[in-house]
Design a protein around this ligand. Structure first.
Ligand SMILES: Nc1ncnc2c1ncn2[C@@H]1O[C@H](COP(=O)(O)OP(=O)(O)OP(=O)(O)O)[C@@H](O)[C@H]1O
Length: 375
């Protein structure tokens, strides 16, 4: 068994390991139970646009994979019969991302997710192995590594389900994955427990779901310097105007993301802050809070049509509250401002404070947090 060592422990790297993502533009066999050499097994997940199945390759049956099957046309767009007719009769078999992007946003979205995943190769990021994209077929198939442990769970009727030590391990893995993403110029934009997947036996956590992620050339340049100019880039990645558009899950959104809605009725609002990779750090802070306390830090206290707006207002204006105990093992926090800052509770509350700094300039960076959690 080959193992690679990361700070905090070894990672099993026995998985099939092609040097780059394979793109197959001919689907020679496709049914409900198989696509090309892959036999589809149980359904393991359902997203807005895609269904995820367990799968095995007939060429290597011992290896379990995950295949995400995504419709080129989203369910509501299916009503657009004209488009579907056009697609079936005119689209050539070979893949052309820019064409796909231009003719249909659902297809453009999945091609962008694929272009992003193609750049990524890290022990704490779900790996894409192959894309089956035959344009005469109504679906695109993404063959990925399988994360057998499922989504990171965080609440049982408002109570935490992970111990503080388990939480530390989850956050540590997510920090390593996120730090890598940012170095590649990728802002995830939807960090939350449901997008962190456990490997088998809950050994490690990997970041998943790049459906709302965005490539930022400026971010890539800031990490790689002039050598970033030599990166092979897919043209579909280079439009980063989307960064200003609100995306992700409301309760995990950073103050700078919800600014326009939160300040809508303020006479003298503070100046807006830039949208950067710090939005992922905020979302990781919200994730840490969820794991520690079994609830979100900024929730609307009532239900109704204005709920989402109220959440944005709370994110923007209000401070988070600390419970007296954190984790399934109920370790004392010492309250929102613990008197003993060196106690376990004191250290964790201090960390939360830095993750959830409303001012982007005061928010902790991943390199700062890395040194804190590995010490
Ligand atoms: N590699 C994987 N291994 C195991 N389970 C997975 C894997 N990828 C996704 N899943 C499961 O499938 C679910 C849906 O996947 P995913 O979030 O990628 O789909 P989506 O259509 O992009 O969803 P969304 O509606 O959030 O955009 C996930 O929440 C997860 O439970």
């Amino acid at each position: 068994m080959v193992e690679s060592t990361l700070p905090g422990g070894p990672v099993d790297s026995r998985v099939f390991d092609p040097p780059s993502v394979i793109t197959t533009d001919h689907v020679f066999s496709y049914s409900k139970i198989a696509v090309n050499e892959y036999n589809l097994g149980a359904k393991v997940g359902q997203g807005k646009n895609g269904t995820v199945y367990m799968a095995r390759s007939s060429l290597e049956p011992s290896r379990i994979l995950a295949i995400k099957a995504v419709r080129r046309v989203s369910p509501q767009d299916k009503r657009n019969k004209k488009y579907e007719q056009l697609r079936r009769s005119h689209i050539p078999r070979h893949s052309d991302p820019t064409l796909g992007d231009a003719i249909h946003s659902a297809e453009g979205k999945i091609l962008k997710e694929i272009a992003i995943m193609k750049k990524l190769r890290h022990p704490h990021v779900v790996r894409l192995f192959e894309v089956l994209d035959d344009r005469v077929i109504g679906k695109i198939f993404m063959v990925m590594e399988y994360c057998a442990g499922g989504e990171v769970e965080w609440t049982n009727q408002g109570n935490p389900v992970s111990t503080v030590e388990q939480t530390r391990r989850i956050i540590r893995d997510a920090i390593l994955g996120l730090d890598y993403l940012h170095a590649q110029g990728i802002i995830h934009r939807d960090i939350k427990p449901a997008n962190l997947l456990w490997t088998a036996h809950r050994q490690h956590v990997k970041i998943a779901d790049f459906g709302t992620s965005q490539f930022s050339y400026a971010l890539r340049l800031s990490h790689a310097g002039p050598s970033a100019q030599d990166d092979p880039e897919d043209p579909i990645l280079l439009n980063d105007t989307n960064l200003a558009i609100r995306a992700g899950t409301p309760m995990f959104m950073a103050p700078e993301v919800v600014y326009d809605i939160a300040c809508i009725d303020q006479n003298d609002p503070p100046p807006p802050q830039p949208i950067t990779n710090a939005i992922d750090v905020w979302a990781l802070g919200v994730t840490l809070y969820c794991l520690l306390f079994g609830k979100v830090p900024f929730a609307s206290k009532d239900s109704g049509v204005t709920t989402e707006w109220k959440v944005y207002r709370r994110i923007f204006n209000e401070d988070w509250e600390a419970e007296d105990y954190m984790g399934y093992d109920r370790i004392p926090t010492g309250g929102r401002y613990p008197s003993d800052e060196h106690s376990e509770g004191g250290i964790v509350m201090h960390l939360l404070d830095h993750f959830l700094a409303k001012d982007v300039r005061l928010r902790i960076t991943l390199s700062e947090v890395r040194s804190l959690v590995s010490s």
